[in-house]
Write a protein that binds this ligand. Structure first.
Ligand SMILES: Cc1cc2nc3c(=O)[nH]c(=O)nc-3n(C[C@H](O)[C@H](O)[C@H](O)COP(=O)(O)OP(=O)(O)OC[C@H]3O[C@@H](n4cnc5c(N)ncnc54)[C@H](O)[C@@H]3O)c2cc1C
Length: 315
């Protein structure tokens, strides 16, 4: 998003992505309504809504069958009165396609940032590696938008304060059963906590909350034991789940971390998104925070460029 905005504003941009494709498993599909407004303000909402997606009207928290509370997106002012459920890969591809219209934008897929280039205390570019070899990119600003395990943050020696978080999530995808709809919800019962995130027309992403670092114990007890526990929380899964979930190979464990990088900025360097702050996954805020960072960063960078230009014209 930041690359697109800067490219559109005429700034020379090199966007690096270490993976060849953007098809990342188990990434959040949910975007807060505020993101719709931001997409609209940059003039791309109508095009983005052509990507297959679903509207999310409500986010429910159900405790032992009773509604604890619900977040009603449909009570917000229209037209931004729904959450957006949209897979990340086509959205990322869309932004890269849009940015590629500008000759000042270059995309380096399958290219991993490896080393910061420094002069005195300033960052003046980076070295990266791809299948073709090493490249050196000199730039006035390096933006670390490389996620929660940010290489850029580590290379810049920027410390991070982590909150204590006692839980991890186990995720798996389940086909939506025709007779039952699983809206976005968190369901709490004696045996545990289930999270449903609708994922496209046919799938629902199911999350199971476990005590931190206890995934190996869950695996050791076996898949049948896991299925029994899930059915104790959601008896409706009795028929479908044993047929569908047959192995822990279908599951992925998310080591939940919540934290904030102590500094986000150094001379020639900026961190945004998860690289700067990792939000609790419970309320689906990470995507929206990362997008807001991009919008604010674009504004700040363009003001800085404009004030340098003002300096020149005043001279
Ligand atoms: C299982 C799961 C479910 C989630 N659900 C939601 C949700 O429903 N809603 C929500 O708002 N948030 C959700 N989140 C959080 C959300 O995915 C993140 O907050 C968001 O993706 C952060 O965006 P980002 O651009 O900062 O980082 P990322 O999306 O992590 O992107 C970082 C990118 O940098 C690339 N990269 C990393 N290192 C390098 C390197 N050295 N060189 C080049 N490229 C590199 C990575 O390959 C990646 O493509 C979820 C997260 C997880 C893990």
């Amino acid at each position: 998003m930041l690359s697109y905005l800067l490219a559109r504003s005429g700034v020379g941009i090199a966007l690096l992505e270490r993976h060849q494709d953007l098809d990342r498993e188990f990434r959040g599909y949910f975007f807060q309504p505020l993101v719709l407004k931001l997409f609209d303000q940059i003039g791309l909402l109508d095009k983005i809504l052509q990507i297959p997606h679903q509207h999310v009207d409500v986010f429910k928290f159900v405790d032992h069958g009773k509604m604890l509370f619900e977040v009603r997106f449909d009570e917000l002012d229209p037209p931004y009165n729904y959450g957006l459920n949209m897979p990340q890969p086509p959205l990322l591809e869309f932004f890269i396609r849009e940015a590629s219209q500008f000759p000042n934008f270059t995309y380096f897929g399958g290219t991993t940032a490896k080393e910061l280039m420094k002069q005195d205390n300033s960052v003046i570019g980076l070295k990266a590696r791809s299948a073709e070899g090493e490249i050196e990119l000199r730039s006035r600003l390096v933006v670390g938008a490389d996620g929660r395990y940010s290489t850029i943050r580590k290379l810049a020696d920027m410390s991070q304060t982590m909150d204590k978080f006692e839980f991890d999530f186990v995720w798996f995808d389940m086909p939506k059963r025709l007779e039952k709809d699983y809206p976005l919800q968190i369901k709490i019962e004696d045996r545990g906590m289930l999270i449903y995130i609708p994922k496209g027309e046919d799938l629902v992403q199911v999350g199971w909350v476990i005590r931190k670092k206890t995934y190996p114990e869950l695996v050791k007890k076996g898949i049948d034991d896991f299925i029994r526990t899930l059915i104790a929380v959601e008896p409706d899964l009795q028929d479908a789940l044993p047929q569908y979930l047959t192995s822990f190979k279908q599951c992925s464990v998310l080591d939940i971390q919540v934290g904030m990088t102590d500094e986000w900025v150094k001379d020639g360097l900026l961190l945004i998104g998860d690289a700067a702050h990792i939000a609790s996954p419970f309320s689906g805020q990470g995507n929206s925070l990362a997008i807001q960072d991009a919008v604010v960063a674009h504004d700040a960078i363009m003001k800085a460029i404009a004030s340098l230009a003002r300096c020149k014209s005043r001279r």
